[in-house]
Design a protein around this ligand. Structure first.
Ligand code: SAH
Length: 394
């Protein structure tokens, strides 16, 4: 039997990486195909390449440029300590990869969300969240996403293209600069924006390495989040930086997860659990499961019991977050009381669970929401009638 969603997902998972264009290849629109050449932008450049570009300059000059780009995240036009000719060379050869389309700040000022245009006009989002003890940026790893999770705004809109390492890194650089401007230090990076990091593994991993090496953010402060792309989990198990892994589970039985998270049809729960178990054995790291609580869909007593049975042998930590409403999925998030009940049930069943606050609901900060709203599709009203919700079993 053919399954169009699965076929679409497999097409993108198995697709060879498109080539990257030369240094100034970032202009002009490319056709809507993921095989088009990717732009090469400012943060794709390595230190060695920069040295080659500035080969006629003394070493300290290269240091200044490198520090301007990485330590300060500033534009060449702001480098008053660097001669104009050098600034112009750098600005010409290393075009910025992100142009702000909109920037929204939540009422309390603690959440900032950007919608960026890429060099070819595609759009991605980045969210910066300040907490009392840390500042975390949530970055996109792809423009759009092919995973088609029904409740996710990005999944509803489909896949545009892979992000380059430079486009991922620049999101972190921009967020770090903004944090510094308000006297905060960007401490954490989570790959929970648009896209599936393990469907763009090589570029994502190169970005992780550069965030670690060039921006100096420790591996334990970096978290990759996957919908359950098993080959990526297996690769991460052998990686040489001990980053954190989160798996977006949302359901712990195949029948229902096949519908909500279609990649489950390719990597069913038993296969996923076995990859997670091998990952834990190889790395001795703690795994977390993400669970977006959806009213009447995955928040019953039975669902808590299924999750507990799944998470227990893996000693996984569970992060609970009420669903943010999205345009194409008119089901509500679980009520605050329902969230507390669910968390309590998990605790009673021996599972460590943390309830996450939704951040920036007033600025559409859920995955893919800002882009959707910006293009005229409002999120479903919280009071919208659920689409054939499964009966609650309490
Ligand atoms: N593809 C990766 C990373 C991007 S999504 C993954 O699936 O993990 C980051 C997280 O946001 C995932 O846990 C995803 O399930 C969750 N998410 C997506 N849409 C959401 C929504 N409308 N409300 C709450 N969480 C959502």
């Amino acid at each position: 039997m053919t399954d169009p969603i699965r076929a679409e997902i497999e097409r993108h998972l198995d697709e060879p990486d498109p080539p990257t264009t030369g240094p100034i290849g970032a202009t002009g629109a490319t056709p809507r195909t993921s095989r088009a050449a990717l732009p090469r932008t400012r943060y794709d450049w390595t230190r060695a390449e920069l040295e080659e570009l500035l080969t006629d300059q003394p070493r300290y000059r290269v240091d200044q440029v490198w520090q301007g780009l990485h330590d300060h995240g500033t534009d060449p036009s702001e480098w008053s300590n660097v001669p104009k000719a050098v600034r112009e060379t750098v600005a010409g050869a290393l075009p910025s990869g992100l142009t702000p389309v909109t920037e929204s700040v939540s009422d309390d000022g603690e959440t900032v969300k950007w919608l960026w245009a890429l060099a070819d006009g595609r759009e991605v989002e980045t969210v910066l969240m300040h907490y009392p003890d840390r500042s975390t940026v949530c970055v996109s790893s792809q423009a759009g996403c092919a995973m088609a999770c029904t409740f996710c705004a990005t999944g509803q809109a489909g896949f545009d293209r892979q992000l380059t390492t430079g486009e991922i890194l620049e999101q972190v650089v921009r967020a770090r600069r903004r944090s510094a401007e308000v006297g905060k230090r960007l401490s954490n990076v989570v790959f929970m924006g648009m896209g599936e990091p393990f469907a763009n593994y090589d570029r994502t991993w190169e970005a992780v390495r550069r965030i670690h090496d060039d921006l100096g953010i420790g591996a334990r402060h970096l978290t990759l989040s996957t919908v359950g792309v098993v080959p990526g989990i297996r690769r991460l198990a052998t990686a040489d930086l001990p980053v954190n892994l989160a798996v977006s589970l949302h359901l712990a039985n195949d029948r229902e997860r096949d519908e909500l998270v279609p990649i489950n049809r390719r990597y069913p729960l038993a296969v996923l659990a076995s990859a997670c178990a091998d990952y834990i054995e190889a790395t001795h790291r703690r795994l977390s499961f993400e669970w977006a609580l959806i009213d009447g869909v995955n928040d019953s007593e039975r669902h808590a019991a299924e999750l507990a049975a799944y998470a227990h042998p893996l000693r996984a930590h569970v992060n609970l977050i009420p669903l943010n409403p999205t345009p194409g999925y008119a089901v509500r998030g679980t009520s605050p009381q329902g969230v507390r009940d669910f968390a309590e049930r998990l605790t009673d069943l021996g599972i460590n669970a943390t309830v996450r606050r939704t951040r920036g609901t007033d600025i559409d900060a859920a995955c893919g929401q800002l882009r959707a709203t910006h293009h005229g599709r409002e999120p479903a009203a919280p009071s919208a009638t659920p689409i054939a919700p499964p009966t609650r079993r309490r």
